[in-house]
Design a protein around this ligand. Structure first.
Ligand code: GLN
Length: 195
């Protein structure tokens, strides 16, 4: 695999951990903090966990939203974790906002209630094996939209809830793979950037 450059949205949330993971796997990283950062060339994009409402607002205020959405629609490989998954979702069941709306799934935010806000699981991810999963006030994927029935591949289910999917150039997970000592999901994303 040739050396890849991965852009990590760095306006809010857990972006530093993703950068560490990508560097450990031999990728180059750039941080996207302002519009001018989008002029650089990159092979993939990571949307980290954090607070989707804040990230969505900042993306608009910083005038980065339109170009990033365009790039994703045009096939740029993108990896959304937790809040990043919320930004990608075509529909949110308990929130009227839609952000990029490029991933044909319906997502519920803060889906585990207050007491179960954060928890850890170990579960099979298709094509990888058992993976540790840290959930922090996590969303889950309630349903695949009709438009995505043929294209969305379910990669992982925890307690009957879909927590990881892939659809063409998009990988969305409800948990935080950057917080556990396991690089395999990041590796899977890097492979998606190699096409
Ligand atoms: N609860 C957050 C949201 O709705 C997501 C939490 C996270 O990214 N860990 O955006």
């Amino acid at each position: 695999m040739s050396k890849k450059t991965i852009a990590v949205l760095a306006v809010q949330g857990a972006f530093a951990e993703h950068i560490d993971r990508m560097k450990a796997l031999g990728a180059e990283c750039i941080e996207l903090r302002q519009k001018a950062d989008l002029d650089q060339e990159f092979d993939g994009l990571i949307l980290p966990g954090g607070e989707s409402t804040v990230q969505g607002k900042l993306l608009r205020e910083l005038d980065m939203f339109g170009s990033l959405q365009e790039k994703i629609k045009n096939g740029l490989p993108v990896f959304g974790t937790c809040a990043g998954l919320i930004l990608l979702a075509q529909e949110l069941s308990n929130d009227e906002h839609v952000y990029f709306g490029t991933l044909p799934v319906r997502v519920q935010r803060n889906a585990y209630g207050r007491q179960l806000g954060s928890f850890h699981a170990e579960q099979e991810v298709k094509g990888i094996g058992t993976v540790p999963m840290t959930f922090i006030r996590a969303p889950y994927i309630e349903a695949i939209e009709e438009a995505g029935e043929k294209e969305v591949e379910i990669l992982a289910v925890v307690d009957n809830r879909i927590v990881a999917v892939r659809c063409r150039n998009q990988l969305g997970v409800a948990f935080h793979p950057e917080l556990d000592a396991d690089n395999r999901i990041h590796e899977m994303f890097l492979q998606m950037c190699d096409h």
